[in-house]
Write a protein that binds this ligand. Structure first.
Ligand SMILES: Nc1ncnc2c1ncn2[C@@H]1O[C@H](COP(=O)(O)OP(=O)(O)OP(=O)(O)O)[C@@H](O)[C@H]1O
Ligand SMILES: [Mg+2]
Length: 477
């Protein structure tokens, strides 16, 4: 029998052509192989020339699922990143559980096929992909629910690890041989590491909650803005005396939303055309800040703008140009934009800026209240409950205008709560006296002015001529 099989095999090898043999064998195997219950999805790194979003999401997501059984991991960090990035090493496996279903991931690095005409990265020598294995009956759940969940989750993780950027204006030049080209004004970025958050900001709790709710509602309402045909942007006007936390609030907003900040110093921008270019170069999910709008630059407003423009050819920046551009084209070119104007003098602002609908929320940053002080004390001195000086401070604060910046400065002077709070009491008392002195002075001034007026009137010679004239006129009547 063995001899017959060997003879039959060699005859078959001789007589049946190679491709036909392969086909027969695979059909034979197909019918007799035990049926596998496992479906494997292959998630390639690239989709044509574009990156595969599912691959990137899986890479980020799986880093959060590393189990103690994992043997090998890759670690990297670029200078601008705050944290280490952990990635899977070749061949590593991870088991995930989603809604009670077991999902087996494997990271594969295979050698790329050489001379592949469809390969757009010929220098890349390896092909990377994930294999996701699970029971066939869960195919729909994985495609419709699990993979979209991973894409969403990865987005959130990336947002958490994102390094915020602060963009400021710079004049750029480039060299072409010996010649220097003027490229104009453009954005330069550095990492935004402002530690201010809503937790550290001393503000009235109602106002603070209103701002946080407004921001949260804004980022959630993409569909709403689309439905009502409005650009997805929101404007805030922060006003109040210096040192009341306007810039800190902007930083807190950026940290809360994980938005980049663009600090637009209008004094450095000369023309409307430059301004347009700069605004169009801002990214999505960002806050555009224009600080001290009342005094950064003497913007010719609508009332006398055109007249000034004719005289001064250098200054071709107008407030109406800025506002129209922000309301119109700029906001239609991007998503999730926030614009913040800050000012110390709301009353000096151009009415165009204050008209309803232009700035969605006007936020008044006021002097430090007792509530604000308690917050600063708990942050700076870690006083959580009560302190014997609180009553005195509360009383003093009712009549004193101290900014949170001044209070914070006092609280920083000593680590000892008693010493720091005594310093604050002194400051508040001093301010109180100064205020009283000022009131007294003002009152004195008024009294002396009145007295002087009275004296003047008394000293004035009587005017008989006029009197007679009046008499005469009277008589005439
Ligand atoms: N409301 C606040 N809560 C906590 N800290 C504050 C607050 N206001 C001011 N500070 C402290 O004072 C410093 C200065 O505040 P900030 O620069 O935010 O004031 P500002 O209102 O922007 O002033 P300006 O009008 O001069 O620009 C901040 O670094 C912060 O430490
Ligand atoms: Mg400021």
């Amino acid at each position: 029998m063995t001899a017959s099989i060997v003879l039959f095999r060699s005859m078959a090898n001789e007589l049946i052509p190679h491709p036909v043999r392969g086909y027969l064998l695979s059909t034979f195997r197909y019918f007799f192989k035990p049926r596998s219950q496992v479906l494997t999805l292959v998630v390639d790194e690239l989709d044509g020339i574009l990156r595969n979003q599912v691959y990137d999401a899986a890479e980020t997501y799986l880093c959060t699922k590393i189990s103690p059984d994992t043997d090998r991991l890759k670690v990297c960090k670029t200078p601008k990143e705050k944290k280490l990035t952990i990635k899977l090493e070749k061949g590593e496996k991870i088991v995930d559980n989603y809604e009670g279903v077991e999902l087996r991931w494997r990271f594969v690095c295979a050698e790329a096929e050489k001379n592949n005409p469809h390969d757009h990265f010929p220098s890349r020598s390896e092909k990377r992909f994930f294999e996701l294995g699970f029971h066939k009956k869960h195919k729909d759940m994985v495609l419709n629910s699990y993979l979209p969940f991973i894409v969403d989750r990865a987005k959130t993780v990336r947002e958490e690890h994102r390094v915020l950027k602060m963009h400021t204006l710079s004049n750029s030049q480039s060299y072409g041989g010996i010649v220097r080209y003027w490229e104009g004004i453009k954005w330069d970025s550095i990492n935004l590491e402002h530690p201010s958050t809503f937790d550290t900001l001393a503000m009235e709790p109602d106002l603070k909650n209103a701002v946080i709710e407004d921001l949260n509602r804004f980022v959630k309402r993409k569909k709403f803005y689309k439905r009502v045909g409005r650009a997805w942007k929101r404007g805030y006007l922060l006003y109040g005396p210096p040192g009341t936390g306007k810039s800190s609030l902007v930083a807190a907003m950026a940290n809360h939303l994980k938005f980049d900040v663009y600090d637009l110093q209008l004094a450095n921008v000369m023309h409307d055309s430059d301004l347009r270019k700069l605004l169009l170069a801002t990214g999505n999910r960002s806050i555009l800040v224009i600080e001290d709008i009342d005094c950064t630059v003497d913007l010719p407003d609508r009332r006398h703008g055109d007249g000034r423009k004719q005289h001064d050819h250098h200054l071709q920046l107008t407030l109406s140009g800025l506002l129209n551009f922000i309301d119109g084209l700029w906001s239609s070119c991007g998503d999730e934009r926030i614009i913040v104007f800050t000012t110390n003098h709301k009353e000096k602002l151009d009415p165009a800026l204050l008209r309803p609908g232009r700035m969605d929320m006007h936020i008044h940053m006021s002097y430090c209240t007792f509530h604000g002080f308690k917050m600063l004390a708990s942050n700076y001195l870690e006083i959580d409950g009560y302190h014997q000086l609180y009553e005195e401070i509360e009383e003093l604060m009712k009549n004193t205008e101290a900014t949170p910046a001044q209070v914070a400065e006092e609280l920083m002077k000593s680590e000892d709560a008693d010493i720091a709070l005594e310093g604050l009491v002194k400051l508040l008392k001093r301010k109180n006296f100064e205020a009283e002195d000022q009131v007294d002075e003002a009152e004195n001034r008024i009294v002396t002015q009145r007295a002087a007026k009275r004296q003047k009137i008394e000293k004035k010679p009587k005017r008989p001529v006029r009197a007679t004239r009046r008499k005469i006129t009277k008589r005439r009547y």
